[in-house]
Design a protein around this ligand. Structure first.
Ligand code: SF4
Ligand code: SF4
Length: 102
């Protein structure tokens, strides 16, 4: 049995956890968002669903998106209900998010 079994996990703040995450940013984005397609979107589900807060609604109805601090969770691709709004793939080898244990 693990020596930690039965004990509550130590409290770690989001900021402390994020301090252990590294992003190896590729030159080419692994996710692209078609802002023109997004202008017709009524849910803007990506804005609230992305755990990294990478989708920002614009006043003109479009979406501002930045791929550089993406967790590669795939939530945005799954939750978007508009065909063609998001293209998604994993970053090329050696790039992307690196989760480290603190
Ligand atoms: S990415 Fe999808 S969910 Fe997000 S604003 Fe565009 S169409 Fe809507
Ligand atoms: S894959 Fe996850 S972290 Fe990356 S943009 Fe989509 S929802 Fe945000």
């Amino acid at each position: 049995m693990s020596p930690r079994a039965g004990r509550p996990a130590p409290a770690v703040s989001f900021e402390d956890r994020m301090a252990t995450v590294e992003f190896r940013v590729a030159d080419e984005p692994h996710i692209t968002v078609d802002g023109d397609t997004c202008r017709g979107c009524t849910t803007r589900a990506c804005v609230t669903a992305c755990p990294a807060n990478l989708f920002v609604p614009m006043a003109d109805g479009g979406i501002l998106f930045n791929y550089e601090q993406c967790f590669e969770c795939g939530t945005c691709y799954l939750i978007c209900n508009t065909a063609g709004a998001i293209t998604w793939r994993y970053p090329e080898g050696g790039h992307g998010v690196v989760f480290r244990r603190s």
